[in-house]
Design a protein around this ligand. Structure first.
Ligand SMILES: Nc1ncnc2c1ncn2[C@@H]1O[C@H](COP(=O)(O)OP(=O)(O)OP(=O)(O)O)[C@@H](O)[C@H]1O
Ligand SMILES: [Mg+2]
Length: 452
């Protein structure tokens, strides 16, 4: 009960349904009682009227009475019978307790008009009238029969309420559910959103009562988007500003290498120029991540996946040769995809760069593409150690690097891949190249197919 009370105070929908249902129930009960009592009264009035009509008819037709003993008339129902007799005949009644024997022993002192009497153990409604000929007649009917008929007619008057009440309840609950449906649809839509999707909610098809709330949420979304954009721009600007001094430093280090120096100085210069190179790479990756996350429009075109692979291999072949890694394209058939070419190039390059760098010397890296129905799947497989299931979710976080990795890196490559995938609607999945030995990383990118 406490749970229901809590739900009732928490939910406007439930409150509205319960209040409306209770209001309908109360109105239906009150109207039902009123209809029942009125119908009962009306039925009794009609029955009294019938007694009056019989008396008037008797008087007007100047009828005479005789009481045939136990004579059966077809269609005569003893219980609902209307009895007419001279009042004076009541004293000549056989005095039996059987009310089927006529005349009945009505008291001769009865005044003209309607009354209810108990005769021979049975209640009767009687009407006494003095006719034009001066005779006093009594018209009577058993009250039990009258009440039964009146009750039946009163119950029939309740029928519309019995039909209307459940119909109204159904209409109310359906109406309330429909009224609140836009809120459920709205929360569904917001729940399904990607975390980067900060575009405003379409408030035009919403009811006026919810619209101000949605407009306020839209204003908040706009502020959040603006603040995220400011942060991204700051990182991009900072990286950009650092790039020129870093290039100058790198150039100076190169020139210094060419100058004759004592061996000790040459030994100290090596870690210095390596650190400068790492910083340059970090700045480049930071710029790439800021660009991948920015909202700037990048028009998609139809791109050949094999052409992108060729350009990536061209760039990375020296690195692969240095490690004696056999890198190549495995698929024979090219596939066209509808995407921004630069986005696809950066994405594949980061994956292939990882595959070469984290695969031990003498290993193997395969790039492939496959078209199944409307989905294009790009795969980058290597023969390295792979990434364990525990780590698979974490490697996409910025600056995350597996412990024990000897290769240098900034930890931003897979974050860039994820940012591009989210923006282009691609799906990234990590797995093993060889599922049985659980070795080698296999990265699959699922994209929508482009127009050929
Ligand atoms: N092919 C792979 N095989 C094994 N481990 C991998 C592979 N690719 C990525 N990793 C692991 O995931 C981590 C994150 O990779 P990510 O590309 O984001 O950063 P990075 O390679 O360290 O630096 P960056 O790519 O920015 O130079 C790496 O440090 C590495 O430990
Ligand atoms: Mg990397």
């Amino acid at each position: 009960m406490d749970g229901f009370k809590k739900r009732l105070s928490d939910s406007v929908q439930l409150r509205l349904s319960v209040t409306l249902s209770l209001a309908i129930l109360i109105v239906a009960v009150l109207a039902g009682i009123f209809a029942f009592v009125s119908a009962l009264d009306e039925a009794h009035e009609m029955q009294d009227e019938t007694l009056r009509h019989v008396a008037v008819l008797f008087d007007r037709q100047q009828m005479t009475l005789h009481y045939p003993a136990a004579e059966k008339v077809p269609g005569d129902d003893e219980e609902s019978r209307v009895i007419v007799q001279y009042l004076a005949d009541g004293s000549k009644a056989p005095g039996s307790n059987d009310d089927s024997v006529i005349p009945l022993p009505f008291p001769t002192t009865l005044a003209d008009g309607l009354s209810t009497l108990n005769i021979a153990g049975e209640d009767f409604r009687t009407l006494v009238r003095t006719t034009a000929r001066g005779e006093r007649i009594v018209v009577a009917q058993e009250t039990g029969v009258r009440d039964k008929e009146a009750r039946e007619s009163a119950w029939r008057s309740l029928l519309p309420f019995l039909i209307l009440f459940p119909v109204l309840l159904l209409v109310v609950s359906d109406l309330v559910r429909k009224l609140f449906r836009p809120i459920a649809t709205l929360s569904d839509e917001i729940d399904r959103r990607d975390k980067q999707a900060l575009h405003p909610i379409d408030e035009h098809h919403l009811p006026t009562e919810i619209r101000p709330f949605v407009v306020a949420i839209n204003r908040l979304l706009a502020r959040v988007a603006q603040s995220m954009e400011t942060q991204r721009r700051f990182i991009a600007d900072a990286a950009h500003e650092l790039r020129s001094p870093m290039t100058a430093l790198s150039l100076q280090a190169e020139r210094l290498k060419a100058t004759p120096m004592p061996t000790q100085a040459v030994e100290r210069l090596l870690p210095l120029s390596q650190a400068i190179e790492r910083s340059r790479k970090l700045i480049d990756q930071l710029l790439a991540l800021a660009a991948a996350q920015s909202n700037a429009e990048r028009p998609p075109t139809t791109v050949s996946v094999h052409e992108v692979y060729r350009r990536v291999l061209e760039d990375l072949l020296p690195l692969a040769e240095r490690k004696n890694i056999d890198i190549g394209v495995e698929s024979t058939e090219d596939v066209q995809v509808f995407i921004n070419e630069m986005d696809l190039l950066i994405l594949v390059k980061n994956l292939a760069d990882n595959a070469i760098r984290y695969t031990p010397c003498g290993g193997r890296v395969d790039l492939s593409v496959e078209l199944a129905q409307d989905t294009v799947t790009l795969q980058v497989k290597d023969s390295g150690p792979g990434i364990t299931a525990d780590e698979q979710m974490r490697v996409f976080d910025p600056f995350y690097r597996s412990v024990g990795t000897e290769e240098s890196g900034s930890g931003l490559g897979l974050s860039i891949v994820r940012a591009i995938a989210e923006r282009t609607g691609a799906r990234v999945r990590l797995g093993y190249s060889d599922e049985t030995t659980r070795r080698g990383l296999c990265v699959s990118i699922e994209l929508k197919r482009g127009s050929d």
